[in-house]
Ligand binder design. Sequence first.
Ligand code: HDE
Length: 686
Amino acid sequence: MATPGKDAADSTGSATRELSQTGSFLTTAQGLRLPDTDHSLKAGERGPSLLEDFHLREKITHFDHERIPERVVHARGAAAHGVFEAYGTAESVTRAAFLRAGERTDVFVRFSTVLGSRGSADTVRDTRGFAVKFYTGEGTFDLVGNNIPVFFIQDGIKFPDIIHAGKPHPDVEIPQAQSAHDTFWDFVSLHTEATHHVMWNMSDRGIPRSYRTMEGFGVHTFRLVNADGETNLVKFHWKPVAGVHSLVWEEAQIAAGVDPDFHRRDLADGITAGVPLEFELGIQVMPDDGTETFEDIDLLDPTKLVPEELAPVQLIGKLTLDRNPVNYFAETEQVAFHTGHLVPGIEVTNDPLMQARLFSYLDTQLTRLGGPNFAQLPINAPHCPVNDMLRDGMHQQAVPTGIAPYRPNSLDDGLPEVAGAGDGGYVQTARPVSGFTVRENPVSFGDHFTQPAMFYRSLSAVEQAHIVEAFTFELGKVFEQKIKERQLTVLANVDADLCAQVAAGLGLPAPSGTPVEDVPVSAALSQVVVEPGPIAGRKIGVIADDGSDLAGIRKLRTAAEKLGAQVLVIAPHGGTLGKGRSVLPIDRSILTARSIEFDAVLVAAGTAPDTDIKTVLLLQEAYRHLKALGAWGDGGRLLQAVGVDLDGPGVLAGDVVAKAFIDDLVTALGLHRVWDRADAVMASAV
Ligand code: HDE
């Protein structure tokens, strides 16, 4: 028997009265029309407000309770709606219906940082959350992943410890959304199983360019079950169609101040501009042969990854995010993910981190969303029939019929029935469990350094240099000498060269360790691309003034928009350039423009070589951040005036905006950064 109000596959839910500013008359929550909402009821014009003013009290009381507790981790997030379309390539390993060929499933995806408060900045160095809610016909499946494939801890019981260490110091609540402080490094230097995750945090992965250019990982090993009951062990991956790209550190720092909403703005703007975010879902499939180990890698250890060279990522479907939320609070804030939201064909393993998560996600919603009925909130409501026997509780919105919410019963005709596997029931695969109760890790969890060394040695020289810089920066912010020294001993066991460079930067002696010398490398871990990728979502800034070649800018814009990229005109003033029919709107005045917004900066022909300090800063930053620069016609005069070598790497030139010039720009953007300029930047004063 269905429960009225609960079995609606209605994503907007029962609370979907049109609560917007578009209705006719303003009312109270009870529907009473109001003549005035600007003046409280007073005893005379200059008199005190009256207790009987129920509208004043309702308005203020509701306001007083507008905030709910922010998430204890991942408080800052941004989300989008979309659709997932399955290729059917996973059918041999899972019976999950939403993964059958051609199946389309509604999704809601929330991206987040981990450490910062809800109002903190997007571009801080941190792990990013990548939580996907699939509203499948068999029930909701949540894949609650991160942009880093490994985790800090092997056992969930330590989660409060790592988070207490990473959050601001409890006395002064400083620093916000940062790991560059004593308690974080105190913990991770004492707790070497965190080393692998810390290496990823200190790499470019800790500062993604955008959510669009970020990989995602399920982290844990899952057990997938096919229609014949055969099982495989699987790791989930999200591969961004736009490629994997990051910010450079100075850019991330500037953005944190200039535009703390950098990532959420990019997400929302991209979707509004009709350029959806796209990711392919992939799986690494390992045999479930009873060992839960693959090529000597313990698959239950969440600090280990499986190199893609050993188990290739097989693509099984495509996620497209193309719709922004209508209301941040109702959707992005109230969405409740849970690792225990599973569907037939997808099961968990004994990974001790995953096991603890299975408890935590349900538990946390009780405080955050105020009770056990959060699944009735529109954003959390499944898009398939719900027929539970859960009753009452805070914020109950359903009006259940029937008198026998228990089983067995005879009064409601013995309903609801239970479903076996043949009826789509979630029947867990029987797996053997034996052993003594212990508080111990398997010996195989004890190697904390081989994979961090593999990660470091798999990266390009410039990526390695960024890791050195990140460790030196973060440890440079630590006050306690003994913590810095201890972390250097950790690095000495990863890679002697890395340790020596960080030690030199800190002005400390490099300790010796016993790094594993003979580690395999995995090319898939580097994000420096050699083949240009797509440029959708990229932004090209064009510096122009009243004398510029506006036709050239228009031509450039048309070409860029065809590829999903945007051209933004930067001028000395706001308003428009040109006259009459050739008028061109200015997108940014030089006062509101900052280099971080643009992936490439060009100067239009005819633009005066005016070395205004803001223009100089913009071009110098773009140069330092290894972005493509360029000019057509005599626009190069401005680049020269700020000291850019017109023949240097990543500096584009052309007489006019012609095909060759556009092609060069597209290639440069597709390669993401001008890596060839890195050495010159280190050596130059620009
Ligand atoms: Fe989470 N985590 N987590 N986590 N996590 C939460 O759930 C927790 C872990 C992740 O956008 C909380 O609803 C424990 C790994 C994401 O709403 C909380 C442990 C991974 C999000 C929680 C972990 C994640 C969360 C906070 C160790 C990557 C944001 C509010 C056992 C695979 C979801 C909430 C969103 C959120 C607990 C470890 C990813 C408290 C106890 C590993 C993306 O329940």
